[in-house]
Write a protein that binds this ligand. Structure first.
Ligand SMILES: C[S@@+](CC[C@H](N)C(=O)[O-])C[C@H]1O[C@@H](n2cnc3c(N)ncnc32)[C@H](O)[C@@H]1O
Length: 282
């Protein structure tokens, strides 16, 4: 059997997934690591070959800037996976899965189904890199090639997703790439696909699009070709709980400070309005 070569996404939003893989590879090397992602270093090694040394150095510098908060976020989502499974969710959907390997690394129950939604260019890189290793997922893993701005419901259902059983929906840094209308449209769709007791977490983090790391990120994503206009600063959406309640979710806000208090990593307390809105489908 011939192996398909991995095509490295060197621009476009899929590039951001490589940045997160760099972060997970770094964390996995630490003696005091918060999680272990053995595949991350394979993605990093394969991706590096697609970049010029100058662009790769910028990618690593960006990973440095996002490292502290992002790596803790990975651990928190690991914990959310386990809570959701214990609470009876038998499906997990990753919205913008990127180079996530939780289907392999978390020793998840064999009956669990994970659906990874992302763009074709992401999977054109991810799947060949995974195939080149001997790793196998411990649960059912489904690749769903779809654009969240378009009709992703059909590809998800076609891959075997069952809307009658409780599902945990995970947005780990992807809905931020959609404007608010699309963001809400994605949540509207997942709401329609959610059986009672399904779960969803919406991050509430004010982002300053003028901050240097976001400017650098936009330049990399654009392939340095098109000058990227600064998007308007998204206002923290304090109406989202009411909106989620109106469409059928019961919500509870958890502050970032509370969520990370149990972790063995020193951090500086942040604005208590930053955190996650945990939602459970009625
Ligand atoms: C910052 S990465 C995060 C990836 C992953 N959740 C993680 O934490 O490693 C954002 C991901 O969202 C995906 N993405 C962005 N816009 C998307 C869209 N419209 N449809 C599907 N995936 C999208 C990108 O391809 C990328 O893999």
């Amino acid at each position: 059997m011939t192996e398909t070569a991995a095509t490295v996404p060197v621009d476009g939003v899929a590039v951001t997934a490589i940045g997160v893989a760099i972060i997970r590879a770094r964390e996995s090397e630490r003696g005091d690591r918060l999680y272990d992602d053995p595949q991350a270093k394979n993605f990093v090694a394969a991706a590096r070959k697609g970049f010029t040394p100058e662009r790769w150095a910028r990618m690593e510098a960006l990973a440095d800037q996002f490292y502290d908060g992002r790596t803790i976020g990975v651990r928190l989502v690991d914990e959310r996976f386990r809570e959701a499974i214990e609470a009876g969710c038998s499906q997990i959907v990753l919205l913008g899965a990127g180079l996530d390997t939780r289907a392999y690394r978390l020793d998840l129950p064999p009956a669990l189904h994970i659906y990874e939604i992302d763009l074709p260019e992401l999977f054109a890189f991810k799947e060949p890199v995974l195939s080149a290793t001997a790793a196998t997922p411990t649960c059912h893993r489904h690749v769903v090639i779809a654009d969240l701005r378009e009709n992703w419901r059909k590809p998800l259902l076609d891959t075997g997703f069952d809307p009658t059983v409780p599902t945990c929906w995970v947005d780990e840094g992807s809905l931020g790439y959609l404007n608010q209308d699309w963001n809400r449209q994605v949540v509207q769709t997942l709401t329609e696909l959610s059986a009672p007791a399904s779960r969803f977490g919406a991050a509430r983090i004010p982002i300053d699009p003028e901050a240097p790391q976001y400017r650098d990120l936009r330049r990399l994503v654009s392939g340095d070709n098109t000058p990227q206009p600064t998007p308007p600063t998204p206002a923290p959406d304090y109406g989202i709980e009411q909106w989620l309640d109106n469409i059928g979710w019961t919500t509870e806000f958890r502050t970032w400070n509370d969520m990370i208090a149990h972790l063995p990593r020193p951090t500086t307390p942040v604005d208590p309005r930053i955190g996650t809105i945990d939602a459970i489908r009625r």
